[in-house]
Design a protein around this ligand. Sequence first.
Ligand SMILES: [Fe+2]
Length: 265
Amino acid sequence: MFLFSRFQVIRSHISIFYPQAVLEEYTESIFEALDVEAVVQALQTDGLYLGIQLPTTIIEEILAFTKCEPCFANFDPQLMFYVEEKELWQQKYGNLVVSDYVDPERNCCAIEKITQDSKLLKIAAAYFNAKPVFTGSRLWWSFATNANFQERLNFAQELFHYDPIDYRSLKFFFYLSEVDAASGAHVCVRGSHKNKKITHQLTLFIGRSDRDISQYYPQEDILTICGNVGFGFAEDPFCFHKGTPPAQRDRLMLQIEYCLNNYHF
Ligand SMILES: [Fe+2]
């Protein structure tokens, strides 16, 4: 899969081997205004749709969760701490680049609700042309720190890359802090889910520098995505993307992932 999923022709025909979704099973949505068809259309052309707003009640519930649950730093479950004590732990552990909450969809009802949302599932079903499988959520902080390039690289910051996680996959992202260009904006190359240089598809090393990307893609397609608390977007992870290191403010972000297969089992 890691190799074959890189080819557009395989990805666009693979759905014939998978069951279709039963759309009638998807009934409740928290995204009242969301136009499913418009999202699917944008994903097909651009690999990206911007502007899925989380309802206020859901935002409040998730923010309350982040205050009363500990998170763990730098992918190390040993480094547990409460985010309000961040400065203290930074002195002890050194640079905390990212910090994740444990199993967000199991421990936070609001996140569980998003993972089962009928409109998100319908979007994934239409985009895959097959039944989507929920494969995981991630709720994490990216901290404004003095971490160096190498430290940040380990956490998908700095270098453009794409994620060959399955033949078809779709991620929904939601900002839970104010995000501008100086506070950890996600960057995505519009249309790059389909349009890649052959060398970008074949190499085992999928990380690409800014220079590499801007030599091949038009500047107007390299989007720095900013947004208020609750701003969300859908992205095909085959698009080139990267996290930018927050310089001024910490970023809190939620990711919901659907694929054709759940390889975690
Ligand atoms: Fe990624």
